[in-house]
Design a protein. Structure first.
Length: 319
């Protein structure tokens, strides 16, 4: 049995993470770390609450930590938890930069603890099936993958205004939504080789970019293009892969549809998108099953993001 604590009780934690832990039969929501203990009251008196992470980690019954705080806290809280002997599942993106991410992986290896990152799309049945089909030559040799995530983001609405603060979020849609799609490309095609990118503020003049376009090259000549926007009133969640002998359509990426040459399949994700990821993490800790999204695999997503920022340069261009 894994006794979990969750650090941060925001939207994702309350809607998905905590329900996933509560539903997983080998897991128990042991406690919550929050600046507002009143938020923890909804989970019952049996669920402990702390305002200080040191106090929570000093409880010997705690063995697993889910980190659901803003990005700037991921590396220090992960490192602190690992050094306290706990397994860690961390929200994405993994860290503020590649150096922080590498340090997290190193500490996990030194302490012999499991470190996972919440790139839950790897567990989508249709993403798993698409990988199998690609490796089996269903569209011939893959050549070009195109993924988009377009939406309108107004930081004045909701509780996520920290996303436009580079000191807390690292960057804009490149960090927040491109990271998921970059990770899907890495899952499909392996280690990225080269990256080029354009970031700008076309509509919103945040302190972070409001759009990013990233091109990634992989072994064998396949290229991936990820275009993410917080400046589009039209929502898009596209994913398509073109090959020498056909193409594969996964649009919308978050939907069940998978179409490829001569076939259509319907493979819906779990009702709670985080549940299969939590289940896989528990398998990894208790059964030594390989993690679908580990700290080591997530390093490559951090690498792509860092290369994109370097290619863009130190200042954002306004259009």
């Amino acid at each position: 049995m894994l006794n979990w604590i969750v650090i941060g009780i925001g939207d994702i934690a309350t809607r998905r993470v905590i329900p996933a832990i509560q539903a997983e039969p080998r897991s128990r929501l042991y406690g919550l770390v929050t600046r507002d203990p009143a938020k923890a009251a909804a989970y019952g008196a049996e669920t402990k609450a702390w305002t200080n992470l040191d106090d929570a980690l000093s409880d010997p019954a705690v063995n697993t930590v889910y980190i659901a705080t803003p990005v700037f806290l991921h590396a220090p809280q992960t490192t602190q938890s690992l050094r306290a002997g706990k397994h860690v599942l961390c929200e994405k993106p993994m860290a503020m930069n590649e150096a922080e991410a590498r340090s997290m992986v190193q500490v996990a290896e030194e302490r012999q603890r499991t470190l996972g990152v919440a790139y839950y799309r790897r567990s989508y049945p249709k993403v798993q099936r698409a990988k199998q089909l690609l490796e089996g030559g269903a569209i011939g040799k893959p050549l070009l993958a195109e993924l988009t995530s377009h939406a309108w983001f107004d930081p004045k609405q909701g509780e996520r205004s920290w996303l436009i603060d580079p000191a807390k979020a690292g960057g804009g849609p490149l960090f927040d939504v491109a990271s998921h799609r970059i990770d899907v490309l890495n899952f499909f095609f392996g280690q990225p080789l080269r990256v080029s990118a354009q970031l700008s503020n076309a509509v919103h003049h945040y302190a972070v970019e409001d759009n990013a376009t990233v091109m990634i090259e992989y072994a064998g000549g396949v290229r991936g293009i990820v275009d993410v926007r917080w400046n589009s009133q039209i929502k898009r969640d596209e994913c398509r892969i073109r090959g020498t002998d056909g193409e594969m359509e996964l649009t919308p990426l978050n939907g069940p549809e998978l179409a490829y040459t001569g076939a259509d399949e319907n493979l819906p994700p779990h009702a709670n998108l985080h549940y299969p990821m939590v289940e896989n993490f528990v398998d990894a800790v208790l059964e030594k099953t390989p993690l679908l999204s580990s700290g080591a695999s997530s390093l490559w997503t951090e690498w792509v993001i860092e290369q994109a920022r370097k290619d863009q340069g130190s200042s954002l261009r306004s259009e």
